[in-house]
Design a protein around this ligand. Structure first.
Ligand SMILES: [Zn+2]
Length: 165
């Protein structure tokens, strides 16, 4: 089964939200694993393994046929977050260029976010990303993201701008 083939390669993780997927979740569960297409089929993406990722059913449905959008975990009380897809569209082709992608109220949360954002970025544009945190004496902790100067330029493809509502 394709689901198991992708899981064997990537592990049981949702590539959209980063959460764990229970391989034994019931078929009608919103958090069961589904096979998602990196480039949607409606946009010319194929069924080859390189174009397949695992995603929760709910994350796959929410994404629909749009190009990938990275959603920050809702439970994180960030002071500011950028739209990650467009940040990566700017950063991927320009190794060595960095941007602040979030402002966290606490350094623990910033550290967690830095790890998360590198993992997510790697899923979308493989080939190396790095993130670090910089505390402002006044309080907020900035989370930076960049493709290292030595990395090959990457591309996110053409981002689709979705206006909510
Ligand atoms: Zn998910």
């Amino acid at each position: 089964m394709r689901l198991d083939g992708v899981a064997e390669r990537d592990g049981w993780w949702c590539w959209l939200c980063g959460g764990a997927i229970d391989p034994h979740a019931p078929r009608d569960s919103a958090v069961r694993g589904t096979v998602d297409h990196l480039v949607p089929r409606s946009r010319g993406g194929g069924n080859e393994l390189a174009n397949l990722r695992l995603a929760h059913k709910r994350c796959n449905v929410r994404r629909g046929s749009h190009l990938p959008e990275l959603l920050w975990p809702r439970e994180w009380p960030m002071l500011m977050t950028v739209h990650l897809w467009t940040a990566m569209a700017r950063l991927a082709p320009r190794p060595g260029t960095a941007e602040v992608v979030a402002l966290a109220p606490l350094s623990d949360l910033a550290d967690e976010a830095a790890t998360w954002v590198v993992e997510r970025a790697e899923e979308f544009v493989p080939g190396g990303w790095e993130s670090w945190c910089a505390a402002d004496p006044a309080g907020p902790v900035a989370v930076w993201l960049r493709r290292p100067a030595g990395a090959a330029p990457g591309s996110t493809g053409r981002p689709k701008i979705v206006v909510p509502g």
